[in-house]
Design a binder for this molecule. Structure first.
Ligand code: FAD
Ligand code: N01
Length: 542
């Protein structure tokens, strides 16, 4: 395996290999190449940039953090140049934005598209990563940065007979570019998460009939999207630095100005007024912008849960269907990711939509004409899996990654991810994660979280160059301490009680470990900045 460190024609050595051309891969490439003057190769399995926004082309796909916030902050010029057409941009516009970013910073020339990385092995003798693609290319790199996405590995449950369906089958996270024609078709959709809640109202408008297979009802609340007015756009652009400052200061990377400390401190009347105001604001306002104890205190949480259930009952005409759509008391509000919807609940008032409870009567088999549950058969022409993702570890485990001593990452993480700050793992030197497990990750405005990580990594590499270090490795004790701290922070909230993808509960056999750091983005940023300022405490540099 060992060759001289400059490599040869067959196995060239580059400074860094980055996987993925979503928000993370694009910014990492820009920083390493254009600010640090590094030689970088990026591999992307798709045929274009965009990541999440390349793959998730299903009807209704859009962000639910306002576009002015759900965007890069690193370039003031970019902020001023790009014009969002809606408060919450839809998938085609976010994809166009990322294509614009790639063009503006001339990124595509260093990205090899249609190429998946299958393996990455650390060569201890040369302190290099040996990276192999599905095209048979082998590249040796000082740094290996798998920016493969936390929500990029679609989960497709293998129901009995899943290959027997004779109609069209689609997966929301791998939606065809050419779109799907639902006109006159009977459609079945499995799943009622954030994705399905966006897609269902639009598919219902087109299809002859839509059957929704729901395992768990969800506390959806209105998004309240609206066209971007020139006045709002101008006001944001004139005040962008201050808005970004507020975002960085906030818990989840997006500011809310209504937040009150406790639902329990208010009278019933005041509380209702506050809930109604947040409900009218839309987006995440009720979830993380209403009362600070919503996700920490069961009694505070129950007030919000009751409020949302009352809204669902008021929106759905058939009381029996409304009850099916109401999350039960045992399911705390917002402990699964809050879906934001537009007309989702009203969709069940349509004559061409049927809701099927697959918790009481599970899917037993996919059959050529549809599917069979434990008490009925449903026939359709199109079957859609809106069944989520193998989050955090799915895309990583699809790559054969081995670190020191040939240890597979899969084995090191067999009881759940082990990281220091969600940035690195002990025994995998010079490998960095972006928004990895045990960082604020998916509970922080992701473009900003991605910037925070990319900048930390670039600064770290710059520090290593300046001080003549060839490798950086997370210390096991520091890692263990961070894992413990992450768990403590999660356990102080109600979130670990839910059967959510935050803890891997959506994937059979996956260890249940809460994977998000809940200490808040601002605190987290302080922690990793201090680590860097103190010479990378918790890491060994050699
Ligand atoms: P991704 O965009 O997932 O990109 C990863 C890329 O890596 C993919 O293009 C993939 O093809 C590539 N890849 C993976 N494995 C390999 C391999 N082995 N070899 C080569 N290439 C590989 N977050 C928010 O903060 N706000 C939102 O409103 C929001 N909305 C979302 C809506 C949807 C429908 C989904 C699914 C997610 C949403 N997210 C949102 C989370 C979203 O994933 C992030 O905001 C962000 O886009 C992630 O960027 P990324 O670059 O880290 O990963
Ligand atoms: O995935 P999910 P998603 N049998 O895991 C069901 C982001 N996002 O793609 O709840 C039957 O939430 C599953 O049922 P249950 C956001 O972070 C953002 O919807 O496990 N059903 C659930 O109903 C989000 O959280 C936006 O009981 C099965 C559904 O499939 C994340 O992506 C939009 C099943 C999966 O829901 C993932 O959302 C979209 C099985 N075997 C996504 N397996 C925005 O609005 C799974 N299900 C910005």
């Amino acid at each position: 395996m060992t060759q001289n460190a400059s490599g040869d024609r067959a196995n060239p050595v580059v400074d860094a290999v980055v996987l993925g051309a979503g928000f993370a891969g694009l910014y990492m490439l820009h920083l390493l190449r254009d600010r640090l003057n590094k030689n970088v190769r990026v591999f992307e399995s798709a045929d274009g940039v965009g990541g999440t926004w390349y793959w998730n082309r299903y009807p209704g796909a859009r962000c639910d953090i306002p576009s002015h916030h759900y965007s890069f902050s690193f370039s003031e010029e970019l902020e001023q140049e790009w014009n969002w057409s809606e408060k919450y941009a839809a998938q085609p516009e976010i994809l166009a934005y990322l294509e614009f970013v790639a063009k503006k910073f001339d990124l595509a020339k260093d990205i090899t598209f249609r190429t998946r990385v299958n393996a990455a092995h650390y060569d201890e003798a040369d302190k290099l990563w040996i990276i192999t693609t599905n095209q048979g290319e082998v590249v040796r790199a000082r740094y290996f940065i798998p920016a493969v996405g936390t929500l990029s590995d679609a989960n497709i449950p293998e129901f009995k007979g899943h290959e027997s369906f004779a109609g069209e089958v689609y997966v929301t996270g791998k939606w065809p570019k050419e779109g799907v024609d639902f006109a006159g078709k009977r459609v079945g959709i499995i799943g009622t998460g954030a994705t399905a809640m966006q897609a269902i109202p639009l598919i219902a408008e087109e299809a002859a009939h839509l059957t929704v297979f729901q395992r768990t009802p969800n506390y959806g609340t209105p998004l309240r999207n609206e066209p971007m007015t020139p006045e709002v756009d101008r006001a944001v652009k004139e005040n962008y630095r201050e808005l970004r400052r507020q975002a960085w200061e906030s818990f989840a990377g997006v500011p809310f100005d209504r937040l009150k400390p406790s639902a329990l401190a208010d009278s019933d009347e005041e509380r209702l007024k506050q809930y109604e105001a947040c409900w009218e604001d839309g987006g995440f306002s009720l979830w993380i912008g209403c009362y600070a104890d919503t996700l920490f205190d069961e009694r505070a949480n129950k007030h919000t849960a009751d409020f949302v259930r009352a809204k669902i009952r008021a929106r759905v005409k058939d009381p029996a269907v409304a009850e099916m759509l109401c999350p039960p008391e045992s399911q705390a509000y917002g402990t699964k990711r809050q879906p934001c919807e537009t007309n989702y609940f009203e969709t069940f008032n349509r004559a061409n939509v049927t809701l099927v409870d697959i918790k009481s009567h599970p899917i037993e088999e996919i059959v050529p004409t549809g599917l069979r549950t434990s008490n009925a058969q449903y026939d359709f022409d199109i079957l859609i899996y809106a069944t989520g993702f193998d989050a955090f570890t799915g895309a990583m485990f699809k790559i054969d990654i081995t670190g020191e001593g040939g240890l597979p990452l899969k084995d090191y993480w067999s009881a759940g991810p082990r990281t220091l700050f969600g940035l690195a793992a002990h025994g995998f030197p010079n490998m960095f994660f972006i928004t990895g497990p045990q960082s604020p990750s998916v509970l922080f405005n992701m473009p900003l979280g991605i910037e925070m990580h990319c900048e930390w990594i670039a600064q770290c590499i710059s520090h290593m160059d300046a001080n003549g270090y060839a490798s950086i490795n997370a210390d096991p004790d520091a890692e263990q301490q961070w894992i413990r701290h992450t768990k403590e922070m999660a356990d102080a909230t109600l979130l670990p009680e839910a059967t959510s993808w935050y803890l891997g509960a959506n994937i059979p056999g996956k260890p249940r470990v809460f994977m998000v750091y809940l200490g808040g983005g601002k605190h987290y940023k302080d922690v990793i900045s201090r680590c860097a300022a103190e010479g990378y405490t918790g890491f060994t540099l050699t």
